[in-house]
Design a protein. Structure first.
Length: 175
């Protein structure tokens, strides 16, 4: 909403300052009418929802799927091969981080979350996980929960990058 308020104030001031010139005033009014609706829609979308890439224990069929609180499922997707995937804390949760080389594509799901759902999801993540950007195969950049590479290396957690994703790893180890 701040963006709309700023935009509205900007255009309103332009109209006030150009009232003496009929041509400029008409031009400013036309521009404001044309673009204010677009900016309002963009602001509303930006404020009320967030697209998130899920690739761990909140996937469909996994124990933490309920943490998404009925978020809208949009599609299955894969990241570009820029990441490594580890079983952190003895397989309790995944640890994903970006690498310069030797990365894999991580399969997952894309959801649309309200700001409240997103805040709840972040609050339920294990310690040290943080929201960060991931790049999908199609180039779309979304938020996902990442893990510090330094901690993965410090604890020498199992690299499960070649298992085919978190759900495949969990199915293979019987958990």
């Amino acid at each position: 909403m701040c963006k709309f308020n700023f935009t509205f104030s900007f255009w309103k001031n332009c109209i006030l300052y150009t009232k003496k010139s009929e041509i400029w005033s008409t031009l400013i009014i036309d521009l404001w009418q044309k673009y204010s609706e677009t900016e309002l829609k963009m602001t509303t979308t930006d404020v009320t929802s967030k697209r998130v890439f899920i690739c761990g224990s909140a996937l469909k069929g996994q124990p933490d799927h309920g943490n998404l609180q009925a978020a809208k499922f949009l599609k299955t997707a894969k990241t570009r091969p820029l990441y490594r995937l580890h079983a952190a804390a003895e397989g309790w949760h995944p640890a994903i981080y970006q690498v310069e080389s030797g990365g894999i594509s991580i399969p997952g799901e894309v959801y649309e979350l309200t700001s409240e759902q997103y805040e709840y999801l972040v609050s339920t993540e294990p310690p040290n996980m943080y929201p960060g950007d991931v790049v999908l195969e199609d180039g779309e950049v979304l938020t996902a929960m990442l893990y510090p590479r330094e901690l993965v290396e410090k604890y020498d957690w199992l690299d499960i990058s070649d298992y085919g994703g978190w759900a495949a790893y969990k199915a293979g180890v019987g958990n």
